[in-house]
Design a protein around this ligand. Sequence first.
Ligand code: IFM
Length: 467
Amino acid sequence: MTTTHQPHPAHPTASAPFPPGFRWGAATAAYQIEGAAAEDGRTPSIWDTFSHTPGRVRNGDTGDTAADHYHRVSEDVALMAELGLTDYRFSVSWPRVQPTGRGPAVQKGLDFYRRLVDELLGKGIRPVLTLYHWDLPQELEDAGGWPVRETAYRFADYAALVAAALGDRVPAWGTLNEPWCAAFLGYAEGVHAPGRTDAAGALRAAHHLNLAHGLATAALRDRLPQEAEVSLTLNPAAVRPLTDGPQDQDAARRIDALANRIFLDPLFSGSYPEDLVADTRELTDWSFVRAGDLAEISRPIDWLGLNYYTPTVVAAGEHDGPSAWPGAERHVRFVPAPGPVTAMGWPVDASGLHEVLTRLRDEIPDVPLVITENGAAYEDYADPGGEVHDPERVAYLRSHLGAVHAAMGEGVDVRGYFLWSLLDNFEWAFGYSKRFGMVHVDFASQRRTPKDSARWYAEVIARGGLA
Ligand code: IFM
């Protein structure tokens, strides 16, 4: 199926209109907003353990309370409705619904998500559910975590439990969010939970995450109504060599293999890239890929989610210390891209999003795309009048939505855009020091204040496009 959306002027006031039916959403993740870490039977995930380990997360922050969304679902859904969101992407906390990663579901955990979904449906907002946004039950990590094959089977069982409970009311499902981060930040560089620095283990983790996606896709298809959508979200990198020289080009090839093709190729071509296997030969013989795995992984999906924030510039060089790039440590260095940066230090460059979109159009023309995350952190604060002015975020969003619009005009089949994030939240190893929300959260009082960017986004949605 190739559907080319040509923008057409459904909304006369929009100079860059998006097609009718385009999904306008915002995204969050369970551990980043829910809090209630020990309530109603929830047990620790790897992120609870990691954040409670001194020195792992800035300021010793944890997700114990986060944005207290667990207790504020109605307020938060009302906020989404005020903004006019058509869709909301959230994740289910695995240890909230299946605390040990095995066995039956905990009813109270499922009830929480059922309440959330029903509130959304009641306001006409379409729930888009992600099963795994990085919070592996600690018991499964203790049994070996993602480097161990068994974890993929546990994930498929968990997917089946959630599908059985919510399949009658959730129309769109995602298996994993950004398996690159889970595998390589978690098991190779160790800056994310579980904080291991095992390059070979990280490659095994990447394969088992791919396998988990395939097995869960099958489990979901078995249990969901036929019209339910099943997807996967990656964070494809726009990799650019610093120069046209062969060594920089080779550095870009290596990073493209580890960031992009390690996921895209098994998913859409049923194989791992030969150059990746050769580049990592000193670490592993890839014998963890068993007969039948690639067929499992390459089951068709209904759309591919992609998260984009900034481009990646590389040159020939070396990387000191633990690296997120197994096998590339002695060949690649990362170079800051030019231009203004966000509070994360990430260069603002929407052309990378356009690049990723047009590449995917060329490589997988039949797969619809959804931007499942895009946004920026800035040093936001409430002024004395209680307002939060965030013109840089508005500029960031405008340029990136402009890139999406331009790509759609060039035949890229983009079905929706989810702003990251609805609320300020726990930004992983940065704790609460980075604010990505379009809604400001005062974490002491839990007061929510829509920033200027939220009002701007609401206008974009009402208009059906950019002014
Ligand atoms: O906050 C994260 C999110 O959990 C996954 N994608 C990137 C965001 C910003 O770092």
